[in-house]
Design a protein around this ligand. Structure first.
Ligand code: HXC
Length: 255
């Protein structure tokens, strides 16, 4: 792969953006390679969680402005720019964004496509597209609004201001902040813990939480209850509860 590097550590897969000359700007090759890598890990029963990360300086400084600048409306609509990212959000195992440095524009949007955002204490988040004469186009207006609320999302998108890690955590964008040097190890440790659990239950849990963004409370509750009932058809429910009662570690299925 030309724009990313991938590795695995036990049941954790790591996707590392690798375009240092452009602060990991997200061109179409990056989108294609991330989608392909993530789909491969999603199909692999030996992988239970994916960490997406960048460099110390930049998670990703946005969509690639140099690639985008000459594009015409006809190109955008014919090639359906940015739709490739739907393949990444469709994967079923959990994803963690480990953000050091800049997560701007499409970079912030890629982080928000992940299920959990962890940040290093020097991370900076923002949607600066307004300064380029456009607006967010990879989910920023939608996901940021759901995560931090309308007023703060409006303020960030309309001004293009960057926020630091502490503010991002306070406002609900980021789950936890770690010292920058510890971030990657912390993210991998969290991913490893997630990957130890039942792979099927984890997938159903992810699907159910995301359902909350799509449907009313009563429909979401119904969906949750039905999937909860369905879990009693899995060995993992019997094993998990038996292990608790017998005071031992559970042995979940990973396939
Ligand atoms: C293409 C980029 C880039 C980007 C940085 N670079 N961001 N190239 N697309 N988004 C390139 C720079 O041109 C430069 O290349 C090299 O990376 C290093 O960047 P510098 O600016 O020299 O670094 P620094 O001075 O440290 O400033 C860092 C920065 C700044 C504050 C992050 O690079 C910046 O403002 N970048 C743009 C951020 C942005 O507007 N993102 C939103 C993009 S639009 P050269 O060759 O000059 O050395 C977007 C839309 C998404 O994401 C939704 C779809 C519409």
């Amino acid at each position: 792969m030309a724009t990313i590097r991938t590795e695995t550590q036990g049941r954790v897969a790591i996707i590392r953006l690798d375009r240092p000359q452009a602060l990991n700007a997200l061109n179409r090759a990056v989108a294609e390679e991330i989608a392909e890598a993530a789909e491969g890990f999603d199909r692999d029963p030996d992988i239970g969680c994916i960490v997406v990360t960048g460099s110390d300086k930049a998670f990703a400084a946005g969509a690639d402005i140099k690639e985008m600048q000459p594009a015409e409306f006809r190109d955008m609509i014919r090639e359906n720019w940015f739709a490739t990212w739907d393949r990444f959000t469709a994967i079923r195992i959990p994803t963690i964004a480990a953000v050091n440095g800049y997560a701007l524009g499409g970079g912030c949007e890629l982080a928000m496509m992940c299920d959990i955002i962890l940040a290093g204490d020097k991370a900076r988040f923002g949607q600066p597209e307004i300064r380029l004469g456009v607006m967010p186009g990879m989910g920023g207006t939608q996901r940021l609004t759901r995560l931090v609320g309308r007023s703060k999302a409006m303020e960030l998108c309309l001004t293009g201001r960057m926020m630091d890690a502490a503010e991002a955590e306070r406002s609900g964008l980021v789950a936890r902040v770690f010292p920058a040097a510890d971030l990657e190890a912390e993210a991998i440790a969290m991913a490893a813990e997630i990957a130890e659990r039942s792979r099927l239950v984890t997938m159903m849990l992810k699907e159910t939480v995301h359902r909350a963004d799509e449907v009313s409370l009563s429909e979401g509750m119904r969906f949750e209850r039905r999937l909860f009932h369905a879990m009693f058809a899995l060995e993992d429910q019997k094993e998990g509860m038996a292990a608790y009662i017998e005071k031992r570690e559970p042995r979940f299925r990973r396939d």
